[in-house]
Design a protein around this ligand. Structure first.
Ligand code: HGY
Ligand code: MN
Ligand code: MN
Length: 417
């Protein structure tokens, strides 16, 4: 059973309108930035909670700030199939990363409710509160709340304004000693399905709207530091300098060329660099930068990380400097459940004529959820794969097909459990 194309079109148009409406809930005059435990987070939860209610769901905000909706089964207290994605964003984000997955899931429930369709399972829709980690640097906080895998020490992490997560939680109206109330009993949920923009160019190149995700790449993230010596930009001859920014620049060029030439399956990014003291007439004494590396196999990432970090040490030694680093984040390669992949594949084949599989270079809430329940993911094509960028966009036709495939898959999956 699937949503017919006429109703799917009405739903898809509503999804686009609501993505636009949510994009206006941002802490910046220009661009979309909505971070964990901010007033924008609360406003977005209220708006999405209203849409969940209108779709026929019972709505609550859980102890880590996820907005949750439940569409009951015809059996009381039945376990649920969980759908959703995240409502937080990176800085200066696009309108669809995460958001599309929450709003399409709400449309499914709206359609089931309107047709008076109930299943032997409940359906829950979650708008996760923090997948990106934009504010505190720790990602998947919302989905880790659901799986009960929070680490107490995160509460002392501070944002750029020096506010601790503990303080931010109480400002938001949450109690940091109640975090465990968010974690769900293993038997409450049977599976998790997430629809997400591909954030890459493959579907566009394949001229297809939808794909099934096979695996989600592992990620390693490091904070790195080159320590040289600050000095007068006018008086220190080049041969005597210990310029931390030049050392870091040499390393960044190595990272890019080594990844391109020797590791075609991997990606590496230096997304952040901070130069101290950062003024025109002082030779940079200290440079901090980030390193984000990703790949399909954990052991491959392990050896790649040591290649890059030992090169940094060699550059620093050669330039009579110090290099140090701290790994602060790691996710392992995540496999999507084979049975769920098969069902999702049959549904996308029904709507687009053939199936297609992709691995995900981006991280998703499904990484955390997969530690406790089987997960499945659907990718939808997005314009040139551009994401984490205001130019992010999806087309109406693809959203229509995604709603049809998603509804068909859910109707099949609920029968499987
Ligand atoms: O960075 C990522 O992979 C995701 O967007 N959080
Ligand atoms: Mn993202
Ligand atoms: Mn995302």
């Amino acid at each position: 059973m699937m949503i017919d194309s006429r109703e799917a079109k009405i739903s898809a148009m509503r999804v686009i309108l609501r993505c636009n409406e949510l994009s206006k809930i941002t802490c910046k005059e220009i661009g979309i930035t909505r971070i964990y435990l901010s007033k924008e987070h609360l406003l977005a939860n209220k708006l999405v909670g209203k849409w969940m209610q209108e779709a026929g769901m019972l709505v609550w905000q859980d102890a880590v700030g996820n907005i949750c909706g439940r569409y009951d089964s015809y059996f009381k207290n039945a376990p649920a199939i969980m759908l959703g994605s995240h409502l937080d964003t990176v800085k200066n984000a696009g309108k669809y990363d995460g958001i599309l997955g929450v709003l399409t899931a709400i449309e499914l429930v709206y359609w089931f409710n309107k047709k008076n369709i109930r299943f032997q399972l409940a359906i829950e829709v979650i708008g996760f509160s923090d997948e990106e980690g934009t504010r505190f640097g720790i990602t998947l906080l919302g989905s880790r709340g659901i799986t009960g895998t929070w680490n107490e020490k995160w509460l002392s992490y501070t944002d750029n304004d020096g506010i601790t997560m503990h303080q931010a939680m109480s400002d938001f109206g949450l109690k940091s000693n109640k975090i465990n109330d968010a974690s769900r009993n293993i038997k409450d949920i049977v599976a998790y399905i997430e629809l997400h923009i591909e954030q890459g160019p493959c579907l566009e190149k394949e001229n297809l709207p939808l794909a099934v995700v096979t695996t989600i790449n592992g990620t390693r993230r490091f904070n790195c530091k080159f320590i040289g010596e600050a000095g007068h930009a006018g008086t220190v001859p080049m041969r005597y300098r210990r310029d931390a920014l030049v050392a870091c620049a040499e390393w960044i060029i190595f990272i890019e060329s080594n990844t391109r030439e020797n590791h075609p399956q991997l990606v590496s990014t230096v997304g952040y660099i901070d130069c101290d003291p950062g003024v025109i007439n002082v030779i940079p004494g200290v440079v901090n930068c980030s390193l984000d590396i990703r790949g399909p196999q954990d052991d491959m990432l392990e050896s790649f990380a040591s290649i890059l970090l030992s090169e940094a040490k060699m550059i620093a030694t050669r330039r009579n400097m110090i290099f140090n680093y701290k790994e602060y984040y790691r996710t392992y390669e995540t496999l999507c459940d084979i049975a769920l992949q098969k069902i999702l594949s049959s549904s996308i084949e029904t709507v687009q004529g053939r199936s297609f599989f992709l691995s995900s270079g981006a991280g998703h809430d499904a990484i955390a959820i997969a530690e406790r329940w089987p997960v499945g993911m659907l990718f939808i094509r997005n314009y040139r794969g551009i994401s984490h960028n205001p130019k992010e966009s999806v087309n109406l036709e693809d959203i229509i097909l995604s709603l049809q495939a998603y509804s068909d898959a859910i109707c099949k999956i609920v029968k499987k459990f």
